[in-house]
Ligand binder design. Sequence first.
Ligand code: E4P
Length: 215
Amino acid sequence: MKIFIDTANLDKIREVNSWGILDGVTTNPSLVAKENTDFETLVGEICKIVSGPISAEVMSETATEMVEEARKLAAINKNVVIKVPMTEEGLKATKTLAEEGIPVNMTLVFSAAQALLACKAGARYISPFVGRFDDVGEDGLRLIAEIMDILDSYDFDTEVIVASIRHPIHVTQAARMGAHIATIPYDVLKKMFNHPLTDIGIKRFKDDWAKVPKK
Ligand code: E4P
């Protein structure tokens, strides 16, 4: 499973990138709004840190405007992936961008039917939001299972980015289903390597090592 970080914060991206496990970055307008930098500069800076796909979202509502916006964002760096919302206009824009060779991450996916349409339009990635789906009393992980079933039956060149992750179990369950990518918030990434038994084990080994006679 590829691991992306779901943030626009450069310090967090640098830190997680230094762990050696980071494959890409996803941003969204809300995450960008937390940083005090203009969007294009921020995307350019992220691309300097991480060499994998960097998702940047278009804000226009018509396909024509989305495509224009996407071309400008794609010109920032070859690794920029255009996040397009799952709307009728978004599907049209995805089709055009895919034909131009500009990769699209179709975002705000909440059903298997939406995922299927995104794949048909040529989206390179689709982002089902598990946490937000759970928040409204639905089952986000079941949605991932349904989408993976569909992808397993066909030859789409589309990878699933499990998004809106709230805790490590979202990540591990999605990995068991073979989801290609998880985009994970910084706090959840930190929780993934913490385990009290690891801390206890390290302390016990240190204490015992202190008893070993030294030359
Ligand atoms: C995905 O690409 C989105 O940026 C993100 O995962 C949304 O997560 P949230 O529901 O925590 O805002």
